[in-house]
Design a protein around this ligand. Structure first.
Ligand code: ATP
Ligand code: MG
Length: 685
């Protein structure tokens, strides 16, 4: 056993070995992407257990995302045998906090079975509290929610927020914060930020609790340290102040969560708080080809640096980085999907070797449809997959009911969406009646006998609904099926219903845009089946029915895909990709206003966007492809896009352009950027 860990350590470079063996005092590994920081953490856990005889129960390793925690757990699991890993904590900061809260309910004044409010629950509570005196809009609620979250991350309690409020708005937010806290407590609930805040305040104010946890955790390891916020730093500080036995690893160039309160200066503070800090730098990158690494280094050199780092790799130069310019966003998605399809064979790769990264989840929408078109299995991390969105499920249910009125589950999903005052009792009676008659719910609505089972008004309402659906169905038969479907959505004012149910107008807008995308897609796929084209006798309705069935099938296939962990293309935001690596990476939407994001340009935080691009680029091991669109749709209109400034910052000779736009003089470029701004604004949340 010891041998296995010895041989593992022997494979590390001298600096990494030093980091693994440094166990007596505080240790900081500061190094660029792919230099083996996470490897140091995982090996060190095994070293502590196998070589130093520390019980795994005494070790806590934390990182940022669930995905990263899962990966780390897997890597450690391979090194530890049998029960060696028993009781080891490898989790996100928030899960560690949750465990502390669970163990300290009494000290915290909570009852067992407390609930965790997700941001939507929290918003609903805030809405109630804020609407008490005057009607407030969704934007105001969002703002107060963000302010409270910032306070919590900075360890500012309601009393302090009240006494330090510098403006009327802040005073108002502080009052809401105070009431919000009281209500959460009354509900025996905590919110997401409380998962760190409560443990920190407890450990700070309750010496007994502090001593319990200091006895429980003897060694801490923190990955992605550059993204810790004030409260997370405090948690580490409190737990480790006495023993000073911890290892934190990070890269200031990958700090991408300032907007969530992350404080990269924590790297500096650490040196001040722990003067014995052993700082180790790693310089060899084991992940990427020379070309990819050179591009990443050149890009990030445009940012100011606290610590200078040089990264090199002996993986060979590798292929050039391709930059593919597409006509519009749909061509971009089409290009990525079709390339992955062919490259998988050419490169003898697996689906999981490909990752597509983008700035915002909405960018995955078209890509998903294209991947499905080619039947490429994929996994979308974070964000909701297109077909599992409520609005898409609603729209799909309408489509299913249109082609098959006997589809009871589709009927049930939308009979009261938008609201038609058809309640559960009515539906239950209708269902009983349908079962008796041996027919579908839809058919039962039209039976005369129903009047004996239900009040007149209920029968009328059901009749209106089936009549409506049949009307659409007739219009589909008579002419342009797709227009009839679009008309249906407008007639029932689905959009108004979305607005009533969304916490913010922008959300409703985006949901409606998703529905239109689905219908556009349906229109495009009509007659797309070669077999159908051959049979020239097909009518419009046959075409639309076949197209709808294909969509339904894709939907089902996708649900099945969710259930297993098989070989699939990875789709994720650049934020979610931190710490991960893939042989082939696609970065989409390399355009001004998208990357860098419009908000960042407006408030002057382009440096953080540059770090985000750096994170994206450094996920790639062998090949990197960047794509952009010349035009993007916003508000149903095509808007011109400008290539990202980051492309100009990459070494020219590392890039291989395809469809490069003519070089423009900078003024013209700027003017075009402003044009795009208005349009893309609507796309970004
Ligand atoms: P990031 O900053 O992106 O989180 P990282 O510094 O955590 O990167 P790792 O993920 O630990 O880097 O390592 C990158 C890759 O290099 C992994 O595939 C890892 O297995 C490999 N690696 C790390 N150290 C060595 C080494 N000494 N020899 C060979 N391969 C190594
Ligand atoms: Mg890492």
């Amino acid at each position: 056993m010891t041998q296995s860990i010895a041989s593992r350590i022997a494979k590390l470079n001298p600096r990494q070995q030093e980091a693994v063996r440094a166990i007596d005092g505080p240790c900081l590994v500061l190094a660029g992407a792919g230099s083996g920081k996470t490897s140091v953490i995982t090996t060190k856990i095994a070293y502590l257990v196998q070589e130093c005889g520390m019980s795994a129960r005494r070790i806590a390793a934390v990182t940022f995302t669930n995905k990263a925690a899962r990966e780390m757990k897997e890597r450690v699991g391979k090194m530890l045998q049998g029960r060696q890993g028993h009781g080891l904590t490898v989790s996100t900061f928030h899960t560690l906090g949750l465990n502390i809260i669970r163990g300290e309910l009494k000290a915290l004044g909570y009852k067992p079975g407390f609930s965790l409010f997700d941001p939507e629950d929290a918003k609903a509570l805030l809405r109630d509290l804020m609407n008490k005196d005057a009607q407030v809009d969704a934007e105001a609620i969002n703002q107060v929610q963000a302010t409270i979250s910032n306070w919590k991350n900075d360890l500012v309690l309601p009393g302090q927020a009240l006494s330090h409020a510098a403006s009327e708005d802040e005073l108002f937010a502080a009052r809401v914060y105070e009431a919000y806290g009281r209500h959460l407590k009354a509900y025996n609930a905590v919110d997401f930020d409380d998962l760190i805040l409560l443990p920190v305040t407890l450990l700070r104010d309750d010496p007994e609790a502090l001593s319990r946890w200091r006895k429980r955790i003897h060694y801490m390891l923190v990955d992605e340290y550059q993204d810790t916020n004030v409260s997370q730093y405090q948690l580490v500080q409190l737990l480790m102040a006495e023993r000073q036995t911890f290892t934190v690893v990070g890269d200031d160039d990958q700090s991408i969560y300032a907007w969530r309160g992350a404080r990269p200066e924590n790297l500096v503070t650490l040196g001040e708080d722990f003067p014995r800090l052993n700082v180790i730098k790693l310089e060899q990158n084991y992940r990427s080809t020379g070309t990819i690494l050179r591009a990443a280094n050149t890009l990030i050199a445009n940012n100011p640096h606290v610590y200078e780092k040089t990264l090199w790799s002996d993986m060979g130069q590798g292929a050039a980085i391709r930059v593919v310019v597409n006509r519009h966003e749909e061509a971009e998605a089409e290009r990525v999907a079709s390339e992955i399809l062919t490259r998988r064979i050419k490169e003898r790769a697996e689906w999981r070797d490909f990752a597509v990264l983008y700035r915002g989840n909405f960018q995955a929408r078209l890509l998903e449809l294209k991947l499905q078109h080619y039947q490429i299995p994929y996994k979308l991390s974070g964000g909701t997959s297109f077909f599992s969105r409520n609005e898409i499920k609603d729209a799909m249910a309408y489509l299913r009911l249109l082609i098959n009125p006997a589809d009871d589950s589709a009927f049930l999903r939308i009979v009261n969406v938008p609201r038609r005052e058809i309640g559960p009792t009515t539906l239950e009676k209708l269902a009983n009646y349908a079962t008796e008659r041996g027919g579908s719910l839809f058919a039962a609505c039209q039976e005369l006998g129903l009047a004996e089972q239900l009040p007149v008004r209920a029968v009328e309402r059901l009749g209106r609904f089936t009549h409506f659906i049949e009307g659409v169905r007739r219009r589909m038969d008579q002419g342009d099926a797709i227009s009839a479907i679009r008309e249906m959505l407008r007639d029932m004012d689905y959009e108004a219903w979305l607005y009533q149910n969304a916490s913010a107008p922008t959300i409703a807008e985006r949901r409606m845009a998703n529905v239109w995308t689905l219908i556009d897609q349906l229109e495009k796929s009509m007659g797309a089946d070669p077999e159908e084209e051959a049979a020239s006798t097909t009518t419009e309705t046959d075409g639309v029915e076949a197209a709808i069935s294909r969509l339904v099938l894709r939907d089902i296939l996708e649900q099945q895909a969710e259930e297993d962990d098989s070989d699939r293309v990875q789709l994720l935001t650049m934020h979610a990709s931190k710490g991960l690596e893939f042989p082939h990476v696609y970065l989409m939407g390399l355009e001004e206003e998208l990357l860098p994001h419009r908000n960042a340009i407006e408030v002057g935080t382009v440096e953080e966007e540059r770090r985000l691009a750096y994170v994206g680029i450094t996920r790639a091991r062998r090949t990197l492809t960047m794509t952009l669109a010349r035009q993007r749709k916003a508000y149903g209109e095509l808007m011109d896009c400008t290539p990202s400034r980051f492309l100009d910052e990459l070494p020219e000779d590392a890039l291989e352009w395809e469809g490069r736009p003519d070089r423009e003089d900078p003024e013209k470029k700027q003017a075009r950027g402003k044009d795009a701004l208005a349009g893309i604004r609507s796309l970004l949340g």
